[in-house]
Design a protein around this ligand. Structure first.
Ligand code: FEO
Length: 174
């Protein structure tokens, strides 16, 4: 059974995962506008991953006897200045998610809520991957600089992204 505080915090994170999906959808639309279909595809795969994360919070709240409370989802930013700024914004967004997950773990440990702590550990690991993926693309874009053919090749590389096995596996459990 979740404490009131833990339940509220988990519902808040459920909302933030939905916001993350919404943010990635907005960033995908930004890239569609630049005709960078591979970058847009990468963002749309991320939409699916974020929806899986939201579903996991939803299922965990239900399984532990809590009530899911859906709130309004905030408007995403859609005014990125450049492709590299869009991925830098993505990286910053993921560091924000990491900080939120760590705060949830802190609360679970404080309350000796071992079930919630165990549930959250998947997200602790996932966030390492989420940050690294965005950071790797930022680093490539820095190397590419103003070279448009480099941007073309990176776009082709990002077009090949598939939903991660970890996320689809977790989604199946959710
Ligand atoms: Fe659900 Fe990108 O963290």
């Amino acid at each position: 059974m979740l404490s009131k505080k833990m339940l509220a915090a988990l519902n808040d994170q459920l909302n933030f995962e939905l916001f993350s999906a919404y943010q990635y959808a907005a960033t995908a639309a930004y890239f569609e506008g630049l005709n960078l279909g591979g970058c847009a595809h990468w963002m749309k795969i991320q939409v699916q991953e974020e929806m899986t994360h939201a579903q996991m919070f939803y299922s965990f709240i239900i399984q532990t006897g809590g009530r899911v409370e859906l709130e309004a989802v905030a408007k995403p930013a859609n005014n990125h200045k450049s492709p590299i700024a869009a991925f830098q914004d993505t990286y910053r967004h993921e560091t924000q998610v990491t900080a939120r997950i760590h705060k949830l773990v802190d609360l679970a440990l404080k309350e000796s809520d071992h079930a919630t702590n165990s549930f959250l550990q998947w997200f602790v690991t996932e966030q390492v991957e989420e940050e690294a993926a965005a950071d790797a693309i930022v680093k490539k874009l820095k190397l590419i600089g103003a070279d448009t053919s480099g941007l073309f090749f990176l776009d082709r590389e990002l077009a090949a992204r598939t939903v991660s096995a970890a996320a689809s596996g977790a989604g199946a459990q959710a």
